[in-house]
Design a protein around this ligand. Structure first.
Ligand code: DAH
Length: 343
């Protein structure tokens, strides 16, 4: 082998190494484009080596030609591969793509009890009732005394509560708002009072120490039990959006009403035929009601010879449980987003 051929082959090896090490350190496509033109371009290093063919004799030309072609093909392939790897790089994480849809802010929703409360208000105001409010920390007088529940009366036991210092309690029902309203307004009175109540109950599927009620009161001349039945039935049909809803009243006792009743709605699940939810009775217990006891009128200076009235209560959780088919009252107070976001 001639000395010239040896030198040229060494030069080929050097160029190959040089190109390969540049390929390894290249960091972007632009750099690769430059390497490609520096080595494989018309005025590139490989082309310059072809010009050295003249240095060797005719017998050595095929050998050198083959070595040069192999170099050209190797570098071509390696440069292509490296370029392709850059083209496949994913877009940087923090790059901004203005064509993507905007991120929507998470939307909140009203608590299911608040939704029921709003609906109850809407139904009763459409029947001429006003919405009244009272304090959650209530005096013993309004919570019990003026509702004809004197101290030591056994019916206080049913509503054992959280006593605060002095003569105050966390209200056990919304009935005290009846008294507050009658104290400040002359009849006729037509009002409802939705709100939060408290009792010293151990939580289970149907009891919660915090819960919500809506009180109703109507006082005027000539108000009768028939009016009470009509209003409660109209409410039942509206809140469950079902004209076939029936109500039934059973005799009961409350110190602030006489006569007193508990009322039931026909079962919304079986339409009164009897099912598991209504324990085969066809009826669902809702709450209490009755004609305002004359003794209560005595506390607010209404003349029972002139005026009569009816009152009713209702548990808002009870209605929400039936409306939304929930089986445990405690879930309303757990603030679990997975539950709340369904409403
Ligand atoms: N306050 C009663 C309770 O919480 C419910 C109630 C019964 C309200 C009869 C009334 C009524 O207005 O007339 O158990």
């Amino acid at each position: 082998m001639s000395e010239n051929l040896q030198k040229t082959l060494a030069e080929i090896a050097r160029i190959e190494k040089q190109c390969q090490s540049l390929l390894v350190t290249a960091t972007n496509l632009q750099e690769l484009e430059k390497i490609k033109s520096d080595f494989l371009g018309r005025k590139g290093a490989v082309q310059a080596l072809f010009a050295l063919m003249g240095r060797v004799g005719a017998d050595e030309k095929p050998h050198l030609g083959a070595a040069l072609n192999r170099l050209k093909e190797t570098l071509q392939a390696e440069i292509e591969t490296r370029m392709a790897s850059f083209q496949r790089q994913p877009m940087a994480i923090d790059s901004f793509d203005p064509s993507l849809p905007a991120k929507l802010p998470a939307m909140g929703s009203l608590h299911p009890i608040l939704q029921v409360m709003d609906e109850v208000k809407q139904i009763f105001t459409s029947m001429g009732f006003r919405v009244e409010e009272g304090p959650e920390i209530e005096s013993d007088y309004y919570n019990f005394e003026a509702l004809n529940i004197p101290a030591y009366h056994p019916s206080r036991d049913m509503q054992d509560t959280f006593y605060l210092s002095g003569q105050h309690v966390l209200r056990t029902h919304t009935s005290p708002v009846q008294i507050r309203t009658m104290e400040t307004q002359k009849p006729p009175v037509r009002m409802i009072a939705p709100g939060r109540c408290f009792r010293k109950d151990t939580p289970d599927a149907t009891h919660s120490p915090t819960f919500h009620q809506c009180e109703g009161l109507c006082v005027d001349r000539g108000v009768s039990f028939a009016d009470l039945k009509g209003v409660v039935q109209a409410f039942a049909q509206k809140i469950f959006a079902d004209k076939s809803m029936r109500v039934r009243f059973r005799p009961s006792f409350f110190p602030f009403t006489e006569p007193s009743a508990e009322y039931d709605f026909s079962c919304i699940f079986c339409k009164g035929k009897g099912c598991r939810v209504c324990k085969n009775t066809g009826w669902l217990e809702i709450s209490g009601a009755g004609m305002v006891d004359p003794a209560v009128f005595g506390f607010v200076d209404y003349d029972p010879e002139i005026f009569s009235g009816y009152a009713f209560g209702m548990g808002l959780e009870r209605i929400a449980i039936l409306k939304y088919r929930v089986n445990d009252i405690r879930i309303f107070f757990e603030n679990d987003i997975r539950f709340l976001e369904q409403f």
